[in-house]
Write a protein that binds this ligand. Structure first.
Ligand code: NAP
Length: 359
């Protein structure tokens, strides 16, 4: 079969598993799959297009020659060490970690926003942070129509953004909560802050979060800097500027982890350069690639993470005039963080490479 030899590094993780689904769904021309994870997963099986493949560890390879494309989602330190080795052996790496995103020699690409940046790659292309991707897909049509000066964004991020163990944390704590309720014979009438506090004490601790994640909201994603912002919040500023090719855009973000399994939501308030009505914004967003407008509050229709889960588009709704920014708009933006926020965006980048004859 004609096609490409594709390595998926981190194939056993949340993003890696979705890579396999997305490659299959989009009929990506994979001639041969090379599934890779850590030594812990050596010998495990993954299924792709109905065929079983054995997972190998990175250390098992003497060379990566013959691999055309490597889709990486195995964490920053793995990418830092191994992506250059794949690139040196002739593969193009599309990397999901934060390791290369701000490197001036590495393009940071969202195909709906800056597709041509893939053309100047030197072996590695970075996939932006999931929260940034969905925001810029929704911002770009507004930017083209009315300019964007300032953005204030608050995120409501799903646990799957922190990997498979974080999904397990939410599930385990939720199940334990229900079991404790039953064990203590508590019903609706018994629910009170005091009763819940007692019950929460007996939940299993989260492995991936500093606090309980079930029935909670954590304004803390990635590490804090001295100015009080987190690394995740800074990514939303610096990655947006790089993708949009506009160093003048300001983004003030508050990133929050919520007990949702799949799908990040964002409240986005935008100060535009020029006046743009909500009606016009809806019109340009409807025409924008990769965007679905869901905006009929009279019917309770607005984007929801449970509806966005498993989908590749970015959903935008609650589009209205902002009350503080003038001219400005507010909107609610939702997308599947593992698909458009990671695997789908990376596979779209690989499709661009084929389109431009770069692999
Ligand atoms: P995950 O569920 O925890 O999976 C991590 C994967 O990396 C597993 O397959 C793991 O293999 C593998 N891995 C870990 N250490 C490794 C090593 N030393 N060598 C080879 N493989 C190794 O995490 P995830 O949610 O899929 O995220 C993976 C990466 O994607 C992270 O860097 C994350 O930040 C990034 N991510 C990016 C986006 C985005 O770009 N927008 C969105 C979500 C996640 P084992 O199973 O063998 O341990």
């Amino acid at each position: 079969m004609k096609g490409y030899r594709v390595a998926v590094v981190g194939v056993t993780g949340e993003v890696g598993k979705t890579f396999l689904k997305v490659l299959q769904e989009r009929n990506f021309p994979v001639r041969e799959l090379v599934p890779i994870a850590s030594a812990r997963s050596r010998g495990k099986k993954v299924v792709f297009r109905g065929e079983e493949y054995e997972v190998r560890a990175l250390e098992d390879f003497d060379s990566f020659k013959g691999i055309d494309l490597a889709l990486f989602s195995a964490g920053g330190s793995t990418s830092k060490e191994w992506a250059p080795k794949f690139a040196a052996d002739g593969a193009v790496v599309v990397d999901n970690s934060s390791a290369w995103r701000m490197d001036p020699k590495v393009p940071l690409v969202v195909p709906e926003v800056n597709p041509d940046d893939v053309k100047w790659h030197d072996g590695i292309i970075a996939n932006p942070n999931c929260s940034t991707i969905q925001m810029v897909v929704a911002l770009k049509p507004i930017y083209d129509e009315a300019g964007v000066k300032n953005v204030v964004v608050s995120t409501y991020q799903a646990v799957s953004g922190a990997g498979a163990k974080a999904v397990a944390d939410l599930l385990r704590q939720t199940v334990a909560f229900v079991e404790e309720l039953k064990k203590r014979g508590l019903s609706e009438e018994d629910v009170s802050p005091e009763a819940l506090e007692e019950l929460f004490k007996d939940l299993p601790p989260a492995e991936k979060f500093p606090h309980q994640i079930a029935f909670n909201a954590l304004p803390h994603i990635d590490r804090f800097f001295d100015d009080g912002y987190t690394r995740e919040e800074n990514k939303m500023l610096f990655e947006t500027r790089k993708i949009m090719h506009d160093e003048s855009i300001n983004v003030s973000a508050t990133c929050v982890r919520v007990p949702v399994f799949y799908g990040h939501s964002e409240s986005v308030s935008i100060e535009t350069e020029r006046e743009i009505s909500p009606e016009r914004a809806r019109e340009v967003l409807r025409r924008a690639p990769g965007v679905v407008v869901v905006d009929d509050p009279s019917k309770n229709e607005y984007p929801l993470p449970i509806r966005a889960a498993g989908r590749d588009e970015v959903f935008v709704g609650r589009i209205r005039k902002d009350r503080v920014f003038n001219p400005g708009l507010s909107m609610w933006v939702v997308a599947d963080n593992i698909r458009k926020g990671a695997a789908t965006n990376a596979v779209q980048i690989a499709e661009l490479l084929i389109k431009y004859g770069l692999i």
